[in-house]
Design a protein around this ligand. Structure first.
Ligand SMILES: *Cc1c(COP(=O)(O)O)cnc(C)c1O
Length: 333
Protein backbone atom coordinates (compact mmCIF):
# COMPACT_ATOMS: atom_id res chain seq x y z
CA UNK A 1 0.00 0.00 0.00
CA UNK A 2 1.26 3.44 -0.91
CA UNK A 3 1.00 5.64 2.17
CA UNK A 4 2.27 9.16 1.65
CA UNK A 5 0.60 10.63 4.73
CA UNK A 6 3.39 9.54 7.06
CA UNK A 7 5.99 11.76 5.37
CA UNK A 8 6.32 15.33 6.67
CA UNK A 9 4.97 17.87 4.21
CA UNK A 10 4.35 21.61 4.20
CA UNK A 11 1.58 22.94 1.99
CA UNK A 12 2.94 25.27 -0.66
CA UNK A 13 0.84 24.57 -3.73
CA UNK A 14 -2.73 24.65 -4.96
CA UNK A 15 -3.56 20.99 -5.16
CA UNK A 16 -5.13 19.01 -6.73
CA UNK A 17 -4.20 20.61 -10.05
CA UNK A 18 -6.77 20.09 -12.82
CA UNK A 19 -6.72 17.08 -15.17
CA UNK A 20 -8.41 18.33 -18.32
CA UNK A 21 -9.13 17.02 -21.82
CA UNK A 22 -7.38 18.72 -24.75
CA UNK A 23 -10.26 18.28 -27.21
CA UNK A 24 -9.05 20.69 -29.85
CA UNK A 25 -5.48 19.42 -29.90
CA UNK A 26 -6.73 15.80 -30.05
CA UNK A 27 -8.99 16.74 -33.01
CA UNK A 28 -6.24 18.60 -34.78
CA UNK A 29 -3.86 15.65 -34.50
CA UNK A 30 -6.54 13.02 -35.21
CA UNK A 31 -6.33 11.16 -31.87
CA UNK A 32 -5.46 9.61 -29.39
CA UNK A 33 -7.41 11.18 -26.50
CA UNK A 34 -5.04 13.80 -25.13
CA UNK A 35 -5.31 15.10 -21.57
CA UNK A 36 -3.29 17.65 -19.67
CA UNK A 37 -2.34 17.57 -15.99
CA UNK A 38 -1.98 21.25 -15.10
CA UNK A 39 1.07 21.22 -12.83
CA UNK A 40 1.89 24.61 -14.30
CA UNK A 41 -0.95 25.69 -11.99
CA UNK A 42 0.59 24.67 -8.66
CA UNK A 43 0.35 28.33 -7.75
CA UNK A 44 3.72 29.08 -6.18
CA UNK A 45 4.91 32.34 -7.82
CA UNK A 46 3.81 31.12 -11.30
CA UNK A 47 3.94 27.47 -10.30
CA UNK A 48 5.54 24.40 -11.85
CA UNK A 49 6.61 20.89 -10.94
CA UNK A 50 9.18 21.82 -8.29
CA UNK A 51 6.41 22.95 -5.94
CA UNK A 52 5.33 19.37 -5.20
CA UNK A 53 8.91 18.31 -4.48
CA UNK A 54 9.53 21.34 -2.28
CA UNK A 55 6.55 20.46 -0.09
CA UNK A 56 8.53 17.44 1.13
CA UNK A 57 12.02 18.94 0.92
CA UNK A 58 11.14 22.08 2.87
CA UNK A 59 9.35 20.00 5.53
CA UNK A 60 12.61 18.08 5.94
CA UNK A 61 14.57 21.36 6.13
CA UNK A 62 12.25 22.69 8.85
CA UNK A 63 12.54 19.45 10.83
CA UNK A 64 16.31 19.88 10.75
CA UNK A 65 16.00 23.43 12.05
CA UNK A 66 17.27 25.11 8.89
CA UNK A 67 16.85 28.86 8.40
CA UNK A 68 18.32 29.13 4.88
CA UNK A 69 17.45 27.17 1.73
CA UNK A 70 20.25 26.79 -0.78
CA UNK A 71 19.83 25.34 -4.24
CA UNK A 72 21.45 25.37 -7.66
CA UNK A 73 20.48 25.45 -11.31
CA UNK A 74 20.75 27.21 -14.65
CA UNK A 75 20.28 31.01 -14.77
CA UNK A 76 16.65 30.51 -15.83
CA UNK A 77 16.00 27.65 -13.40
CA UNK A 78 12.32 27.23 -12.59
CA UNK A 79 13.36 25.13 -9.62
CA UNK A 80 15.47 27.97 -8.20
CA UNK A 81 12.55 30.39 -8.58
CA UNK A 82 10.10 28.05 -6.82
CA UNK A 83 12.65 27.48 -4.05
CA UNK A 84 12.98 31.26 -3.61
CA UNK A 85 9.18 31.48 -3.41
CA UNK A 86 8.93 28.66 -0.85
CA UNK A 87 11.55 30.40 1.29
CA UNK A 88 9.73 33.74 1.06
CA UNK A 89 6.42 32.16 2.02
CA UNK A 90 7.88 30.46 5.09
CA UNK A 91 10.13 33.30 6.22
CA UNK A 92 13.37 31.48 5.40
CA UNK A 93 16.41 32.93 3.69
CA UNK A 94 17.37 31.68 0.25
CA UNK A 95 20.65 31.47 -1.64
CA UNK A 96 20.55 30.48 -5.32
CA UNK A 97 23.71 29.25 -7.02
CA UNK A 98 23.13 29.88 -10.72
CA UNK A 99 25.18 28.60 -13.64
CA UNK A 100 25.55 30.33 -16.98
CA UNK A 101 24.72 27.09 -18.79
CA UNK A 102 23.52 28.45 -22.13
CA UNK A 103 26.13 29.77 -24.55
CA UNK A 104 25.50 33.23 -26.00
CA UNK A 105 22.63 34.15 -23.70
CA UNK A 106 20.61 37.22 -24.66
CA UNK A 107 19.81 40.20 -22.48
CA UNK A 108 16.37 38.78 -21.82
CA UNK A 109 17.92 35.49 -20.70
CA UNK A 110 20.17 37.28 -18.25
CA UNK A 111 17.59 39.59 -16.70
CA UNK A 112 14.00 38.63 -17.45
CA UNK A 113 11.86 35.56 -16.74
CA UNK A 114 12.80 33.55 -13.68
CA UNK A 115 15.71 35.85 -12.78
CA UNK A 116 13.38 38.83 -12.46
CA UNK A 117 11.19 36.74 -10.15
CA UNK A 118 14.14 35.39 -8.09
CA UNK A 119 15.08 38.98 -7.29
CA UNK A 120 11.51 40.01 -6.49
CA UNK A 121 11.21 37.04 -4.14
CA UNK A 122 14.21 38.28 -2.19
CA UNK A 123 16.67 35.48 -2.97
CA UNK A 124 20.40 36.07 -2.72
CA UNK A 125 21.95 35.18 -6.12
CA UNK A 126 25.43 33.76 -6.69
CA UNK A 127 26.64 33.34 -10.24
CA UNK A 128 28.99 30.55 -11.28
CA UNK A 129 30.76 30.41 -14.65
CA UNK A 130 29.84 27.72 -17.14
CA UNK A 131 31.49 24.33 -16.47
CA UNK A 132 32.59 25.26 -12.94
CA UNK A 133 31.63 22.72 -10.26
CA UNK A 134 28.11 23.56 -9.13
CA UNK A 135 28.18 21.23 -6.14
CA UNK A 136 31.39 22.82 -4.86
CA UNK A 137 29.80 26.26 -5.25
CA UNK A 138 26.69 25.12 -3.34
CA UNK A 139 28.84 23.62 -0.56
CA UNK A 140 30.78 26.89 -0.38
CA UNK A 141 27.51 28.82 -0.09
CA UNK A 142 26.44 26.51 2.76
CA UNK A 143 29.78 27.07 4.49
CA UNK A 144 29.35 30.84 4.17
CA UNK A 145 25.90 30.61 5.79
CA UNK A 146 27.26 28.46 8.64
CA UNK A 147 30.12 30.85 9.24
CA UNK A 148 27.63 33.69 9.56
CA UNK A 149 25.76 31.70 12.21
CA UNK A 150 22.96 30.42 9.97
CA UNK A 151 21.63 26.91 9.38
CA UNK A 152 21.69 25.99 5.69
CA UNK A 153 19.76 23.19 3.99
CA UNK A 154 21.04 22.30 0.53
CA UNK A 155 18.42 21.12 -1.94
CA UNK A 156 19.89 19.16 -4.88
CA UNK A 157 19.46 20.41 -8.45
CA UNK A 158 15.82 20.13 -9.52
CA UNK A 159 14.91 18.96 -6.00
CA UNK A 160 15.57 15.44 -7.26
CA UNK A 161 16.26 12.99 -4.48
CA UNK A 162 14.03 10.38 -2.82
CA UNK A 163 12.42 13.04 -0.59
CA UNK A 164 11.59 15.42 -3.45
CA UNK A 165 10.35 12.59 -5.68
CA UNK A 166 7.57 11.92 -3.15
CA UNK A 167 5.85 14.97 -4.61
CA UNK A 168 5.42 13.11 -7.90
CA UNK A 169 4.33 9.91 -6.21
CA UNK A 170 1.56 12.14 -4.86
CA UNK A 171 0.86 13.55 -8.31
CA UNK A 172 0.54 10.02 -9.75
CA UNK A 173 -1.99 9.06 -7.09
CA UNK A 174 -3.86 12.34 -7.60
CA UNK A 175 -4.13 11.70 -11.37
CA UNK A 176 -5.37 8.13 -10.90
CA UNK A 177 -8.05 9.38 -8.55
CA UNK A 178 -9.10 12.13 -10.98
CA UNK A 179 -9.18 9.73 -13.93
CA UNK A 180 -11.37 7.38 -11.99
CA UNK A 181 -13.74 10.25 -11.08
CA UNK A 182 -13.86 11.16 -14.77
CA UNK A 183 -14.68 7.55 -15.64
CA UNK A 184 -11.56 7.15 -17.73
CA UNK A 185 -8.27 5.26 -17.55
CA UNK A 186 -4.76 6.54 -18.14
CA UNK A 187 -2.74 4.52 -20.66
CA UNK A 188 0.28 6.78 -21.09
CA UNK A 189 1.87 9.72 -19.29
CA UNK A 190 4.28 11.98 -21.20
CA UNK A 191 6.37 14.81 -19.75
CA UNK A 192 9.71 16.61 -19.87
CA UNK A 193 12.49 14.92 -17.89
CA UNK A 194 15.60 16.71 -16.61
CA UNK A 195 16.94 15.94 -13.15
CA UNK A 196 14.69 12.82 -13.10
CA UNK A 197 12.71 13.35 -9.90
CA UNK A 198 9.42 13.91 -11.68
CA UNK A 199 9.69 10.73 -13.70
CA UNK A 200 11.04 8.58 -10.84
CA UNK A 201 8.18 9.76 -8.61
CA UNK A 202 5.51 9.25 -11.28
CA UNK A 203 6.72 5.73 -12.05
CA UNK A 204 6.92 4.83 -8.35
CA UNK A 205 3.35 6.08 -7.85
CA UNK A 206 1.85 4.49 -10.97
CA UNK A 207 3.69 1.17 -10.51
CA UNK A 208 3.14 1.13 -6.76
CA UNK A 209 -0.59 1.52 -7.43
CA UNK A 210 -0.43 -1.18 -10.17
CA UNK A 211 -2.15 1.25 -12.53
CA UNK A 212 -0.91 -0.20 -15.80
CA UNK A 213 -0.09 3.32 -17.06
CA UNK A 214 3.28 3.80 -18.78
CA UNK A 215 5.45 6.89 -18.38
CA UNK A 216 7.54 8.37 -21.19
CA UNK A 217 10.04 11.13 -20.37
CA UNK A 218 11.24 13.42 -23.14
CA UNK A 219 14.79 14.43 -22.26
CA UNK A 220 15.81 18.09 -22.34
CA UNK A 221 19.57 17.71 -22.74
CA UNK A 222 20.82 14.25 -21.86
CA UNK A 223 21.20 11.18 -24.07
CA UNK A 224 18.72 8.41 -23.44
CA UNK A 225 21.02 5.85 -21.73
CA UNK A 226 22.39 8.37 -19.30
CA UNK A 227 18.91 9.69 -18.49
CA UNK A 228 17.38 6.24 -18.03
CA UNK A 229 20.21 5.29 -15.67
CA UNK A 230 19.55 8.39 -13.55
CA UNK A 231 15.81 7.74 -13.48
CA UNK A 232 16.28 4.05 -12.57
CA UNK A 233 18.65 4.90 -9.72
CA UNK A 234 16.31 7.50 -8.26
CA UNK A 235 13.31 5.21 -8.79
CA UNK A 236 15.02 2.50 -6.69
CA UNK A 237 15.81 5.04 -3.95
CA UNK A 238 12.27 6.38 -3.98
CA UNK A 239 10.80 2.87 -3.91
CA UNK A 240 12.95 2.04 -0.87
CA UNK A 241 12.07 5.34 0.82
CA UNK A 242 8.39 4.47 0.38
CA UNK A 243 9.05 1.11 2.02
CA UNK A 244 7.57 -0.80 -0.91
CA UNK A 245 8.45 -4.46 -1.26
CA UNK A 246 10.62 -5.81 -4.06
CA UNK A 247 11.95 -3.56 -6.78
CA UNK A 248 10.20 -1.69 -9.55
CA UNK A 249 10.66 -3.12 -13.03
CA UNK A 250 13.51 -1.61 -15.06
CA UNK A 251 11.14 -2.01 -17.98
CA UNK A 252 9.02 0.86 -16.64
CA UNK A 253 11.84 3.36 -17.24
CA UNK A 254 11.69 4.94 -20.68
CA UNK A 255 13.19 8.17 -21.98
CA UNK A 256 13.31 9.58 -25.51
CA UNK A 257 16.19 11.89 -26.43
CA UNK A 258 14.97 12.81 -29.90
CA UNK A 259 13.62 16.27 -29.17
CA UNK A 260 16.03 18.49 -27.26
CA UNK A 261 17.97 19.49 -30.36
CA UNK A 262 21.44 20.93 -30.06
CA UNK A 263 21.61 21.20 -26.27
CA UNK A 264 19.83 22.10 -23.04
CA UNK A 265 18.03 25.42 -23.29
CA UNK A 266 18.65 25.95 -27.01
CA UNK A 267 15.38 26.50 -28.91
CA UNK A 268 14.35 24.10 -31.71
CA UNK A 269 11.88 24.72 -34.56
CA UNK A 270 9.69 21.86 -33.29
CA UNK A 271 9.58 23.41 -29.81
CA UNK A 272 8.44 26.72 -31.28
CA UNK A 273 5.78 24.96 -33.36
CA UNK A 274 4.54 23.09 -30.27
CA UNK A 275 4.41 26.25 -28.14
CA UNK A 276 2.49 27.99 -30.96
CA UNK A 277 -0.02 25.21 -31.61
CA UNK A 278 -0.86 24.60 -27.97
CA UNK A 279 -1.27 28.32 -27.28
CA UNK A 280 -3.61 28.70 -30.26
CA UNK A 281 -5.77 25.62 -29.87
CA UNK A 282 -5.80 25.12 -26.09
CA UNK A 283 -4.79 28.53 -24.66
CA UNK A 284 -2.12 26.69 -22.69
CA UNK A 285 1.29 28.32 -22.39
CA UNK A 286 4.27 25.97 -22.60
CA UNK A 287 7.89 26.88 -21.95
CA UNK A 288 10.90 26.85 -24.30
CA UNK A 289 13.26 24.63 -22.26
CA UNK A 290 11.08 21.79 -20.93
CA UNK A 291 7.37 21.52 -21.65
CA UNK A 292 7.70 22.96 -25.19
CA UNK A 293 10.26 20.32 -26.17
CA UNK A 294 8.26 17.57 -24.44
CA UNK A 295 5.13 18.64 -26.33
CA UNK A 296 7.12 18.69 -29.57
CA UNK A 297 7.93 15.05 -28.79
CA UNK A 298 4.33 14.16 -27.99
CA UNK A 299 3.02 15.80 -31.18
CA UNK A 300 5.62 14.02 -33.32
CA UNK A 301 4.96 10.64 -31.70
CA UNK A 302 1.20 11.09 -32.22
CA UNK A 303 1.80 11.93 -35.87
CA UNK A 304 3.93 8.80 -36.19
CA UNK A 305 1.11 6.66 -34.76
CA UNK A 306 2.87 5.68 -31.57
CA UNK A 307 -0.46 5.68 -29.62
CA UNK A 308 -3.71 3.89 -30.50
CA UNK A 309 -6.65 6.19 -31.32
CA UNK A 310 -8.69 5.04 -28.33
CA UNK A 311 -5.86 5.38 -25.81
CA UNK A 312 -5.76 8.11 -23.17
CA UNK A 313 -2.50 10.02 -23.05
CA UNK A 314 -1.85 12.51 -20.25
CA UNK A 315 0.68 15.27 -20.85
CA UNK A 316 1.99 16.49 -17.49
CA UNK A 317 2.52 20.23 -17.90
CA UNK A 318 5.49 20.79 -15.61
CA UNK A 319 5.33 24.61 -15.86
CA UNK A 320 8.08 27.02 -16.76
CA UNK A 321 6.09 29.76 -18.53
CA UNK A 322 8.13 32.46 -16.83
CA UNK A 323 10.92 31.24 -19.12
CA UNK A 324 8.95 32.47 -22.16
CA UNK A 325 9.86 36.04 -21.24
CA UNK A 326 13.56 35.13 -21.06
CA UNK A 327 13.32 33.68 -24.58
CA UNK A 328 11.39 36.53 -26.19
CA UNK A 329 14.00 36.98 -28.97
CA UNK A 330 13.61 33.30 -29.96
CA UNK A 331 9.88 33.81 -30.57
CA UNK A 332 10.16 37.13 -32.36
CA UNK A 333 9.03 36.63 -35.98
C1 LIG B 1 12.61 20.96 -13.68
C2 LIG B 1 11.61 20.97 -14.78
C3 LIG B 1 11.30 19.79 -15.48
C4 LIG B 1 12.02 18.49 -15.28
O1 LIG B 1 11.66 17.84 -14.09
P1 LIG B 1 12.75 16.90 -13.38
O2 LIG B 1 12.08 16.41 -12.18
O3 LIG B 1 13.93 17.78 -13.11
O4 LIG B 1 13.11 15.81 -14.33
C5 LIG B 1 10.32 19.83 -16.45
N1 LIG B 1 9.68 20.99 -16.73
C6 LIG B 1 9.96 22.14 -16.09
C7 LIG B 1 9.23 23.36 -16.50
C8 LIG B 1 10.93 22.17 -15.10
O5 LIG B 1 11.20 23.33 -14.48
Amino acid sequence: MLQLGRFPRVRLGHMPTPLEPMHRLSDQLGGPKLWIKRDDCTGLATGGNKTRKLEYLVADALQQGADTLITLGALQSNHARQTAAAAAKLGLKCVLVLEDRVTQPTDAYRHNGNLLLDRLLGAHLKYVPRDASMSTAAEQAAEDVRRAGGRPYVIPGGGSNAVGALGYVGCALEMLHQASDLGTRIDHVVHATGSSGTQAGLIAGLEGARSGARVLGITVGRPRDNQERNIARLLDETWAHLGLAGAPSRDAVEANDGYFGEAYGIPTPAMKEAVDIVARVEAVLLDPVYSGKAMAGLIDLVRKGRFAKDENVVFVHTGGQAGLFAYEPAFAA
